[in-house]
Design a protein around this ligand. Structure first.
Ligand code: RTP
Ligand code: MG
Length: 172
């Protein structure tokens, strides 16, 4: 089922052509338990705010095993799956939805390579992490996964549609 989203959000064609306004994307980002424990929540949120994206959903979650397994279902058969799930449920995680033009790909760039030792300086993983199993943050990797992950982690009523007064200074 397609989740309810505001009319200006691009659902990969669903409802999009009815609107002349340029479409916005949404992505699911999560500060993993290592990022929360290390006190990096403010630093990470600041980066996406300063870039010009809008926060539309935010909650601190003690993740259940079921939710962690469902989120990383694509990796279920991989050797690191059990460790990954145990890590994700090991402490609070900050679940977020961010909105903006091109936010899905841009957030992945800002996050950096999966292995932090290969992540460029200036990226979140490049600046704050050294280990693939403790890489601080998750970001949806494509429009389809973004939509799936947003509806897995958030109820419709937990997302807030709003337009920043700074928008006129961000977008031509
Ligand atoms: P994420 O889903 O967490 O945003 O990370 P990603 O897209 O950059 O990487 P992905 O391939 O989806 O892997 C998910 C998470 O699994 C852990 N991993 N460990 N030991 C390993 O070889 C290995 N490979 C992946 C990482 O924590 C990665 O973020
Ligand atoms: Mg991934």
């Amino acid at each position: 089922m397609v989740p309810k989203v505001p009319e200006h959000v691009n659902l990969n064609g669903v409802g999009f052509d009815q609107f002349e306004e340029k479409s916005l994307e949404r992505t699911f980002l999560a500060i993993k338990p290592d990022g929360v424990q290390r006190g990096l929540v403010g630093e990470i949120i600041s980066r996406f705010e300063a870039k010009g994206f809008a926060l539309v959903g935010l909650k601190l979650v003690q993740v259940s095993r079921e939710l962690a397994e469902s989120h990383y279902d694509v990796h279920r058969e991989r050797p690191f799956f059990a460790d990954l799930v145990n890590f994700i449920i090991s402490g609070p995680l900050l679940a977020m939805v961010w909105e903006g033009d091109g936010v899905i790909a841009s957030a992945r760039k800002m996050i950096g390579a999966t292995n932090p030792l290969n992540a460029e300086p200036g990226t979140i993983r490049g600046d704050f992490a050294v280990s693939i199993g403790r890489n601080i943050i998750h970001g949806s990797d494509a429009p389809e996964t973004a939509q799936k992950e947003i509806s897995l982690w958030f109820k419709d009523e937990e997302l807030v549609s709003w337009e920043s007064t700074a928008k006129a200074w961000l977008v031509e």
